[in-house]
Design a binder for this molecule. Sequence first.
Ligand SMILES: Nc1ncnc2c1ncn2[C@@H]1O[C@H](COP(=O)(O)OP(=O)(O)O)[C@@H](O)[C@H]1O
Ligand SMILES: CCCC(=O)OP(=O)(O)O
Length: 358
Amino acid sequence: MSRELILALNPRMQFTRIAVYRMNTTVFLKKINHKPEDFNGFDRYVDQAALRAKIILDELKSNDIRIDDIAVVIGRGGLLKPVKSGVYKVNDSMVKDLSSCEYGDDVVNLGGLLANTIASELSNADAFIADPVVVDELEDIARITGRPEFKKKSIFHALNQKIAARKYAKSVYKKYEEMNIIVAHLGGGISIGAHRKGRVIDANQAYDGDGPFSPIRSGSLPMGDVIRECFSGKYTQEEMLNKQTGKGGLFAHFNTYSGYDVCKMRDAGDAKATEVLAAMAYQVSKSIASMYAVFDGEPVDAIIITGGLAKDEQFVKEIKTRVDKIAPVSIQPGAEVLGALSYYGKMILRKETEILEY
Ligand SMILES: Nc1ncnc2c1ncn2[C@@H]1O[C@H](COP(=O)(O)OP(=O)(O)O)[C@@H](O)[C@H]1O
Ligand SMILES: CCCC(=O)OP(=O)(O)O
């Protein structure tokens, strides 16, 4: 039996999900909740790397995980320069870009940094990320905007979207690379991707760009109003960016980061929650429908709705009824981030994947 373990890491704002796998067996699975006061004094998410790494290692040790059997530490990848899809070994250049927030400050940056810090504490491990949020397969036409100095960037849930699309393709006995699929990932952020024959040729820029509003992000906004707010003197640049990326969407309306809580408010009869969730479903539907045009007349084989909010039947129903004339709709509730990372971890151990250099 192989003694080589895989440690997968998915850092979120208020918790870190970790799992340890021995090939196809899950050895350990844990959601480590963090107290907000633990991070007092840390201005940026990346400043939390050393503390979170210690908390994770302590958790593994106190659960008798044989940490020196860990060979692969793999984290959800962060805001980096645009890259092609695949597995990347964490190197100095990646650590530099993540820790300096060169491409933005988001909790997702901690994926590569935690993997690196933890691997360096172990005797036998290397650090990796796979399909980071900056996987870029956009067609050139998708990059052009109404201002020559602004180009659209590819920032979306690449890991989750591609795994969901591959899983669907397998379920209908086809190859991902042979299918045209629209994937809607409904998580803390929301991204809608047009997967044409295995390449995501268009997607909304789900971090600080465009698309539907989400539990924490503002999405597309009336641009004139945003410009006037920027110059109102009321907010710093950092505050304005934060309103777009982490304090917009449902958070701005309800002061909670939890889409689940807002769904519960709607279920309890709250009129505002009903109205705002309906508007979010409406925006997601419009974004899915807009991707139909991206395929330029080629048939779309399926629409996949996935992510945490895909667990909410009412929310999904409101989207489905608006888009199911385009293609059959398949629901994959929840986001299998750790499972997706373990899939790549296994490929690394079996030497079945190219290890790309950042
Ligand atoms: N059963 C549920 N019903 C509605 N929303 C849910 C449910 N479970 C999780 N969510 C919401 O999904 C969002 C998280 O999505 P998820 O895909 O897990 O993560 P990520 O933020 O990494 O994209 C949160 O807003 C969470 O409250
Ligand atoms: C960073 C862009 C993708 C995104 O929104 O991720 P989360 O939903 O995990 O915040």
